[in-house]
Structure formats: structure tokens, C-alpha cells
Ligand binder design. Structure first.
Ligand code: FES
Length: 311
């Protein structure tokens, strides 16, 4: 019943239901209600009541650029004006949107994690690092951006986070640090998952100015700036401590806000049994479970759509 991150949210039933592939409702995927354990509003009924059509799909919306903070030739933060409802949804752990220049085709939409959302001011901050044709085109814009969302599956492992950890280890490299801000701003529900925070940050691609602007409120004692490639993820003492804590099944949370390369290293250090929070792998393209760009087959041969996964 927990297989779809969008189940019960605005936009459900989605295009998968229309195609007969709803991940939650067996009746909408060719079965019966007998094995349904969904506890939210009946998705089948919603679909029927709406004339067997999608209720409301996410649309591109044109958001004016309020400010561009250029931290380097290939890295900027776009501060966009948006309505309060949109900003409130954007202040969710794992929130991301698809962004493109207004005149471009939909396939130029690049998935971008929400860096910061300010519902009270109607502003959303998106950090964009040039890494390919999509992001380079976004960086050329100065008036407005076309934004589709909000989507919620930017992070994997949220279900494995403890609500009252003894310690929290966060490894962050470059722009992948962006989702951390929503954990800091999202109220006690999220903040307590960061108890006794130790943050190891590699700022080589984003710089200290960016860090100061967006994470300057963190206690200096909790922070260690490192070059992961040259110096490793953390000192050997720290790594020994982390391994010992995980082996001893201590109550710790581990965030790997890095590329898969470093996230895999962190996973190996803490052991395969330990669930860590890390960016969802796979190429996010449509975000709706339709295009197949983000899919993989699990060990039973089932097709898993990462964009819809509640992991
Ligand atoms: S991004 Fe298209 S199916 Fe997941």
C-alpha cells in the first residue's frame, strides 16, 4: 500500500491509473478490491467520480525570477515568486520540480531539488549547477522560468530515518546539499531527525558564500568542510566511530547528500543493513511513472518506477 509516493496527494489518481497501472489500487490495475489495504480515500471511487480521467495533473507554471544569486559562472540560485500553496508543498523533504526555459519543449525540463521555500514571502529558491544542456539553458534565463511540480521523490530512505536519533551524520557534496534546508525549515517533525548533527561538507563546486547564505545558521561546531576526493569523507577516527555505532545498532541517522559514488562508499562504511538517506538514483524525466527513464527491475522482476517510489 505504500508503493506510491503520490497516493492520496493532489493529482491522484494520476496518468498511471488512466493507463491501468495504478501502483496502489488493484481494481485500477485489473484486479479486485479483495486485497486492498489502502487506508486513504478510495482511489477507484475518485477515478470513477471524475469520469475515469486524471483529476488534476501537474502543469507547467510560469514563475517570475525575483532574484538570481550567481555564485560562479556555472552555479546560480534562482529565487522565484510563487503562490503560498505552491511554496508550502515545496517545503517538504525530498521535494523537487522540473524546470525549463519558458519557450523550450517539455523534454528540456530538468529535475531540480527545492533548496529553500518561503511560503510567507511567496518565494522558492532553486540551485542550478551547469552539468548538461538542460541546466546550461536554465542558467541563461533572467526573466522567468517554467516550473512543473511539486514532486516528492528526490530522496530515498526517508522511511528508514529515526525520529529520535542519538546522533546524525550528514555527508554533503556540492549542490546535492540542497534538500537539507527543508529538513531544517520543515518544523520539529524533520528537525528532530537531525539531532546532534555532524555535517561533513565538500564545498568545492558551490563555494563558501553559498554555504553561508543557506546554511550559515548551523552551529560551527557541527560542521567540517572537507575535500572528499583528497581528504576522504571524514577523519578515520570519525569513520571508526560511525562504523562502531552502526555495528552496535546505535540510534543514528545517516544522510548521504552526494553523488552515487560517495553515497555507495558511505553505505559500505555503515553496512548494507543500515538504511541511509540518499538522492534517488535514476534519470528523472517525466516524474509521472510514464516515460520509463527512471525504472529498474527488482530481484523479482517487477518494474520499479523510482519517481513514484516511496522508499
Ligand atoms: S521519470 Fe518517467 S517513469 Fe519515472
Amino acid at each position: 500500500m505504500n508503493r506510491c509516493i503520490d497516493a492520496g496527494r493532489e493529482g491522484c489518481p494520476c496518468a498511471l491509473a488512466e493507463a491501468g497501472n495504478c501502483l496502489v489500487c488493484s481494481r485500477l490495475s485489473g484486479g479486485t478490491c479483495d486485497d486492498c489495504s489502502w487506508q486513504g480515500t478510495c482511489i477507484y471511487t475518485l477515478f470513477e467520480q471524475n469520469g475515469r480521467r486524471i483529476i488534476r495533473e501537474r502543469q507547467n507554471r510560469l514563475l517570475p525570477i525575483h532574484e538570481i544569486r550567481a555564485y560562479g559562472p556555472d552555479f546560480s540560485v534562482f529565487v522565484l515568486k510563487a503562490d503560498k500553496g505552491f511554496c508550502q508543498k515545496a517545503r517538504t523533504a525530498g521535494a523537487f520540480v522540473f524546470v525549463k526555459p519558458p519557450e523550450d519543449h517539455d523534454w528540456f525540463g530538468a529535475p531540480v531539488s527545492v533548496l529553500k521555500s518561503e511560503p510567507e514571502r511567496g518565494l522558492v529558491h532553486l540551485a542550478v549547477c551547469a552539468c548538461g544542456p538542460k541546466t546550461r539553458r536554465i542558467l541563461q534565463e533572467s526573466e522567468s522560468l517554467s516550473v512543473r511540480g511539486v514532486y516528492y521523490s528526490a530522496l530515498s530512505g526517508q522511511g528508514g530515518l529515526l525520529t529520535d536519533p542519538e546522533e546524525t551524520f550528514v555527508f554533503a557534496k556540492g549542490v546535492a546539499i540542497a534538500p537539507l534546508r527543508n529538513y531544517l525549515d520543515g518544523g520539529s517533525r524533520y528537525r528532530r531527525q537531525l539531532r546532534n548533527l555532524h555535517l561533513f561538507a565538500d564545498l568545492a563546486k558551490t563555494g563558501m558564500d553559498f554555504f553561508r547564505d543557506y546554511f550559515g545558521d548551523l552551529e560551527a561546531g557541527s560542521l567540517e568542510v572537507r575535500d572528499f576526493a583528497r581528504e576522504g569523507l571524514c577523519s578515520l577516527d570519525r569513520l571508526d566511530h560511525l562504523e562502531a555505532q552502526c555495528l552496535g545498532r546505535s540510534r543514528i541517522n545517516v544522510f548521504a547528500l552526494t553523488s552515487p559514488y560517495y553515497a555507495d562508499q558511505i553505505q559500505r562504511a555503515v553496512g548494507e543493513e543500515k538504511t541511509i538517506l540518499r538522492p534517488t538514483e535514476g534519470n528523472m524525466c517525466c516524474g509521472e511513472g510514464i516515460c520509463g527513464a527512471c525504472t529498474y527491475n527488482d530481484k523479482n522482476g517487477n518494474v520499479i518506477r523510482r519517481c513514484k517510489s516511496r522508499a
